[in-house]
Design a protein around this ligand. Structure first.
Ligand SMILES: [Fe+2]
Length: 349
């Protein structure tokens, strides 16, 4: 986008505060940001929260040199924890995210009513595309039905136009958790931008070739050429491609941790407004894409404590074709499974 989209941005902020966060008269709303955040996004959200009758408070900090727990030494930890521990709602626009930092962990543990919306790296354009112009009721219903289908499916097959050929099975273990982000933050806890469903399949069954052709973050960002990952029995055994594939392979090897070569999760991307920008928050929601994470697995996907690793990376596979127990669900990114026509129409897909 090249325009300023002032009117549309204001509308997106209203959708966020009124519909998704459900801000009520008199509720407190902390908006956190850092010096890398988009100031327009921060200000328009504070105005919309005030317009809902809520009491907004903007907290901007110098951008830490790391994210999550790595940001701890650079954070004003006590006052930040204190403020978040007493708020009704928290909208996080920090570019260097506070999610999983010590103030985050402490505040969420202490404050059982806190509704947290995490929008790391949000820009004005993204807010208009992925929040303001989306029919969230339709998207939520669509995602619930896709989640239902995902949980029921045992055998999976993915292909993509650039050469992905992959098979795997879902785990029957009850320790697996299926995560779904429909954008609504009406319940206490952390919530993320709409348009993603993620889960961890049975590692041992993953075989074939994953091809990242959207972005891989870290260490590359938006890709210029595809990166091929040959997978045998749930481990990446070979990485092929050009210079970016080499950079990726060297980055994975630098940790000297075998878990960095294990696929940690797979995700559907289904935000009808998302486009590929190199910003992973949006890239992983590009409609009809799939994402594979490698490395650490959070407790949000595998109970009770996840699987530790030295780090984590995510790669995007665009225009996925997918067969669920032999029935085609996606054809090069388009949903072709029967029964979704009405919702797809409302979503402009
Ligand atoms: Fe991931």
């Amino acid at each position: 986008m090249n325009g300023l989209y002032e009117y549309e941005l204001s509308h997106a902020a209203v959708v966020l505060c009124r519909d998704l966060l459900g801000l009520k008269e008199g509720e407190t709303c902390i908006i956190t940001a850092d010096t890398e955040s988009d100031v327009r996004v921060v200000n328009v959200t504070a105005a919309a929260a005030f317009g809902c009758g809520a009491k907004p408070m903007v907290v901007t900090i110098p951008a830490p040199r790391g994210v999550g727990r790595a940001a701890d030494p650079m954070l004003p930890a006590e006052p930040l924890t204190a403020a978040l521990s007493e708020a009704d709602t928290w909208i996080e626009y920090n570019n260097k995210w506070l999610l999983y930092s010590t103030p985050y962990e402490k505040a969420l543990k202490k404050n059982k009513r806190l509704r947290h919306q995490c929008f790391v790296g949000m820009t004005a354009d993204m807010m208009v595309r992925c929040i303001g112009r989306v029919d969230h009721a339709a998207l939520s219903e669509f995602l619930k039905q896709v989640l239902d289908l995902t949980v029921k499916t045992k055998r999976w097959r993915f292909t993509t136009p650039v050469g992905e050929k992959l098979e795997f099975e879902n785990s029957v273990d009850s320790n697996r958790v299926y995560g779904m982000d429909d954008g609504f933050a009406l319940e206490p806890g952390s919530h993320f931008m709409s348009g993603q469903i993620g889960w961890t399949p049975e590692w041992e069954t993953i075989r074939g070739t994953i091809v990242f052709d959207g972005s891989v973050v870290p260490p590359v960002g938006r890709l210029k050429e595809p990166v091929f990952l040959d997978v045998e029995k749930g481990r990446v055994v070979r990485i092929r491609g050009g210079a970016e594939a080499k950079t990726f392979e060297q980055w994975l090897e630098s940790f000297r941790d075998p878990q960095m070569f294990v696929p940690a999760h797979v995700c559907w991307g289904f935000n009808p407004g998302a486009v590929l920008t190199g910003e992973i928050l949006e890239d992983e929601r590009v409609w009809g894409s799939t994402e594979w994470g490698l490395g650490e697995i959070g407790s949000c996907l595998v109970k009770p404590e996840g699987v530790p690793a030295a780090s984590h990376t995510d790669g995007i596979c665009l225009n996925t074709s997918a067969w669920l127990d032999g029935r085609q669900f996606l054809a090069e990114g388009r949903v072709v499974y029967p029964g979704f026509e009405g919702l797809l129409n409302r979503l402009g897909r």
